[in-house]
Structures are given as structure tokens and as C-alpha cells.
Ligand binder design. Structure first.
Ligand SMILES: C[S@@+](CC[C@H](N)C(=O)[O-])C[C@H]1O[C@@H](n2cnc3c(N)ncnc32)[C@H](O)[C@@H]1O
Length: 261
């Protein structure tokens, strides 16, 4: 892995090699800017439990796993350079380069993804799940993705549309189906899939119920949110069918899309 990363590094960036990570910026401690993110950060220490909670209780039908599985299958046992950009605590496969601002255990490269320390045309596949809403300047990230991908290199990206505020460590924007087409117009063969229209209704509804009954008390808000999530999550499974409705893109919780350079 070390050699693979070194082979694509742009020599104009300087870094420190620390604890098996290429560190391009000093990240002193994890910034958490919403209270639920503090709870999530705690559960991320028990990754299998966190994954299970997200899969079952989060107000979003977990279709991303289907698309991820497809990419992982397609690229298996091929000697490709694959980057998981904004990987967080996830570790999808041993041969994948995990890049994040925060030095979570599986992260190989610690950097700001608006300035990728990789050479032009050096990467075969990029995975970017639930990250662009968390950067203040997503256009810069999209331009960087385009720059480092090889011609014909592929991107799998998930970005939110109808989701409540969720900081990780910040939360700046949302995207419509049409907005994605504009933002990714420099890429070819864009295929957008709408994900979880029921989740698009459920997540804001949960926040609305909790807003109503927490009377502005933060701790009560967090406790109630967890209770309401646990009571209402089964509704999201309507999306087994509903996400294939032609109008689901109008209220999709998020979009997952594939395209290439
Ligand atoms: C919601 S998490 C998604 C993690 C993972 N992709 C997943 O599917 O669970 C967003 C991740 O983006 C990272 N991130 C946010 N802004 C970033 C930036 N400017 N540079 C690098 N990573 C960033 C955060 O640290 C966080 O790990």
C-alpha cells in the first residue's frame, strides 16, 4: 500500500509519514459541531455496531451498499488505484486508499480533499460517499476528482438532497437531480439513481417532531431524536418499492451516481 500511494503522490506536496499514514495537514483533534455527531463519533469506536445502527435505524433506506458492492465486485483482483475520498471510519477493501481530513484508524492519507496531493491522471476509481455536503467548496473537490482520475477513470458518488442538517464535521449544502447534472457536466456517462424518497420525508419529519417536543433543550432533543428514530425507522422500508417510482427524484433522500472522466 505504501508504494502504491507513493507512486501517485505529487512531489510538490510535502508530508510527514506518521503511524502508517501520509499526513499532509495537522489535524489536532476531531471537530464535532452538532450534538448528534458526538454520539455518532462515540459509536464509530465500535464500527460493526455503528454500521448496523446506520443500516437499520438511520432514516435512509441503505441502497448505497448495493452500488458499493457492485463497484467492489467489478474492481476485485484487478491491480487498480482506487481511492475512497472522505472515507471516514470505513475500510471497504485492503487495496483501497482511504483519504480523509481526520486520521481515523483506516485512513492512509490525511489531507484536505480540495487539494489532493496526487498526480494528474493517476487514479482508476474514486468512491465518494456522503462527503460533498461537508465541504464548503464542492466545486474544488469535483475539479480535483476530475484532475486526478485517468481518462476513462470512474467515480461513484453519493450526495444528499432531502436530509436534515448533519455535521461531519460541518454541513454546507444539498443537491437536486438537475443540479448534479450541472456540477458533473465535465464527466461522461452520468447515471443518477434516486435513493430513499420515504427517507426524504422521514428524516425531516423526525427532526420536526423532536423540535416540537424538546422545548429548545439540547439534551432532551438528542434523547427524543433517538427514541423517535427507533420508533419510526421501519417506515423507511417502503422504499424497497418506492425508490423506483419515476417521481422519487423529487424527494429522494440522496442520489448515488456513477460517471467517468
Ligand atoms: C459523513 S462522513 C462519510 C464517511 C464515509 N464516506 C461513509 O460512507 O460513511 C464525511 C467524511 O468526510 C470527511 N471530510 C469532510 N470534509 C473534508 C475535507 N475537506 N477533506 C477531507 N475529508 C473531509 C469527514 O472527516 C468525514 O469523515
Amino acid at each position: 500500500m505504501k508504494e502504491k500511494i507513493q507512486s501517485i503522490l505529487d512531489p510538490k506536496f510535502s508530508y510527514e509519514y506518521k503511524d502508517g499514514k501520509f499526513v499532509f495537514l495537522e489535524f489536532k483533534e476531531e471537530i464535532v459541531s452538532d450534538s448528534l455527531d458526538k454520539i455518532k463519533t462515540f459509536f464509530k469506536k465500535f464500527i460493526w455496531l455503528y454500521e448496523l445502527l446506520i443500516y437499520v435505524i438511520a432514516p435512509l433506506y441503505p441502497s448505497r451498499y448495493y452500488y458499493l458492492k457492485r463497484v467492489l465486485k467489478r474492481t476485485k483482483d484487478k491491480d487498480l488505484v482506487i481511492i475512497n475520498l472522505g472515507s471516514g471510519y470505513t475500510d471497504l477493501r485492503d487495496d483501497m486508499i482511504n483519504v480523509d481530513l481526520i486520521p481515523y484508524a483506516p485512513v492512509n492519507v490525511v489531507c484536505d480533499i480540495t487539494k489532493l496531493p496526487f498526480k494528474d491522471n493517476s487514479v482508476d476509481q474514486i468512491i465518494n460517499i456522503a462527503v460533498l455536503e461537508h465541504v464548503p467548496n464542492p466545486r474544488e473537490v469535483i475539479a480535483e476528482i476530475h484532475r486526478v482520475l485517468k481518462p476513462g477513470g470512474k467515480l461513484l458518488c453519493e450526495i444528499p438532497f432531502m436530509q436534515a442538517f448533519h455535521a461531519s464535521p460541518y454541513d454546507f449544502q444539498r443537491y437536486t437531480y438537475e443540479g448534479i447534472k450541472v456540477q458533473f457536466q465535465n464527466f461522461k456517462n452520468l447515471k443518477i439513481h434516486s435513493i430513499s424518497p420515504t427517507g426524504g420525508m422521514l428524516w425531516p419529519l423526525q427532526e420536526w417532531i423532536v423540535m416540537l417536543f424538546s422545548f429548545g433543550i439540547k439534551t432532551l432533543h438528542n434523547i427524543l431524536l433517538i427514541i423517535v428514530m427507533c420508533l419510526t425507522f421501519p417506515i423507511k422500508f417502503l422504499d424497497v418499492i418506492l425508490q423506483y417510482h419515476p417521481l422519487s427524484k423529487n424527494i429522494a433522500s440522496c442520489f448515488i451516481f456513477e460517471c467517468e472522466k
